[in-house]
Design a protein around this ligand. Sequence first.
Ligand code: PA5
Length: 355
Amino acid sequence: MKIDGNVLDDMDAMKKLDASDMLRRLPEFHLQFKVAQSCFSRIDLDGFEGFKPTSILICGMGGSAISGDVLLNWVGKSSPVPIHVNRSPFLPGYVGSRTLIIMVSYSGNTSETLSAMDQAIHKGAQIMAITSGGKLLEICQEKDIPSVIIPSGYPPRTALGLLFMPIALLCQHLGLFDIDNEIPLIESALKSANTRLNPSITRLDNAAKELALSLVDSVPAIYSSPSLEVIANRWKCQLNENSKMLAWYSTVPEMNHNGIVGWSGVTDTSERTVVMIRDREDDSCYSRRLDLTGEIFLKPHARRIVEVWPDGESLLARMFNHIFFADYTSLYLAFLRGVDPTPVAAIDKLKLQLA
Ligand code: PA5
């Protein structure tokens, strides 16, 4: 593949590739958190009065399911109740009337999520949905299930703030976690990152463009601790969907028990790049493993290892900062590869075949 890095400093060339204008949406990411607050404020929560969940299950697929992973990585360690993310048409056996189920489907037409919804209703779970419309909204209206209606017209993966916030707000309403204090921290982290990463900042000063250039002709491997698995997965998914390229991810310590052996068999380092997801407050046992893994087992076999450390005053702010950086890098990778970041033809084709 012939790569012309100049495209990243040519606004007209990027806009030409970006037919659905993802370039415009990304700098506005920080606005989604307040918009979602106002969408959430419109729902009737009477049915949740006095409800004390014994577990929380977030159901969704792809760009919608990531919202549940964000909750899990943010509060998983401190949560008084178990939190799971269900990416399948089937619900686990434990689901019952004390399970809080949050159905997340941006389009409202994803078959796996609709099947899970059907079962959640039959099992008598306490349900809230988050969607921009589709069949999910129709079912909610028919069955009188609270549904947070978020603005339509976004590719699902660009609506993460809109999809995540209602989950956190409902948990806050139930007395589980506090999200209100986080909003200004997230907004400020995203706004400040945008001044450094936006398309008008040239390659030499733009870390996302610089990283895109070094990943472009490789199959990136992304590693994180389990505490930040959502970020590693987000990187993979955004590289797959926006940049139309292969990527994979794993976490330490698990990959220390399998993946590092695979790396020892890599003879051609030219196609191997590594992105390490770091956080200043990651548990020291994980940080040490990431350091050692990179230094001893990956460095000899990879063309480049890049560590990504986000800014932000809270863990959640840094998580969204990480996500923002991955989003920008994947967008710039799409332009380097000469593709439009928005269409996901393969996903659409399979959904059609299964419908
Ligand atoms: O980013 C995407 O377009 C996909 O990953 C979708 O989110 C996924 O196919 C599920 O669709 P939806 O989010 O509409 O439920």
